[in-house]
Design a protein around this ligand. Sequence first.
Ligand code: MRU
Length: 359
Amino acid sequence: MKIEGVHYRSIELNSDGWSVRIFDQRKLPWELVHVHLTEARQAARAISEMWTRGAPLLAAVGAYGLCLALRDDASDENLEHAYDILLATRPTAINLRWALDEVASAAKQFQGDARVKAAYKRAGEICDEDVEINRNIGLNGLPLLRKMSKDKGGATLNILTHCNAGWLATVDYGTITAPIYMAHDAGIDIHVWVDETRPRNQGALLTAYELQQHGVPHSVISDNAGGHLMQNGKVDLCLLGTDRVTRNGDVCNKIGTYLKALAAHDNNVPFYIALPYPTIDYSMESGDLIPIENRDGREVTHMVGRCEKGKLQEFQITLSSASNPAFDVTPARLITGYITERGIIEKVCDNQEFMKMAK
Ligand code: MRU
């Protein structure tokens, strides 16, 4: 990813070889600030307080969080303790557990310094794999966008997205943005409708920022506008990310995804999910079993924005208290297809079929 022409990854190992830096995403797009993580507790805080976010990036930060814990104390007890603390930070995205399991099992084969080395090696691989996965999601999604654009005679292809499944949610490229950036770079005329994504506004703040940095035409819309745009033929394709896909193909993603899928279904708009394999929960049968994170109601009752003098300020927008479920589940029957790093899985009719293709 490039910001003002400079290439970054969303998480990077510092030159000291052990501490890691991430962006403080709470400050974007207003300020680009790096935070340096030097201990596991800090990594856990960064995840639960949303300095960092997005399923694949949670995996990378969790993985390095475990490395930092082992660097302090490489004992079995500390490994388990840090694993539990990091896992408890956010319950919904399966990628976090996947990455913690990967690092823990690599580490458990060794003791002492060799254990720390093995953990860092696996964490580094997880980051590199994420980049490669997203690049391949891009390559597999590109022909779909190319075909849809051709079917429209080259007229602008309007894509609707929700939340942020871009490079800020991954190590690089993003899942949904990989094919979008590739298509834009290939000269395909694309315009993205960006759902603002209340309550935290990941669309308006993060996705819009990314698209702007890459020069992709886009418009931020209120979360309630998508259905209207679909009814009026202004959306050709919905392309969204996911935090967990279960064995039957149900998709858990940012709250509001389900409503977009219903509107897309009613208006025959294709609804695709960009799906990297660490986001598949092979142990869970269906979406109703996924733990849905309930976050602080303050995220709903208050909003942060820039005031006219340029300062960031928090505003209260209601006198009432709020409920804040952060994710919802879209049943497999509403999904047109899953763009994975191995290819596109078109509409699934039963779980066996999805699992066969997702393996
Ligand atoms: O609460 P967040 O901001 O971590 O939620 C992120 C999302 O829902 C993303 O759309 C999802 O993680 C896919 S990221 C490739």
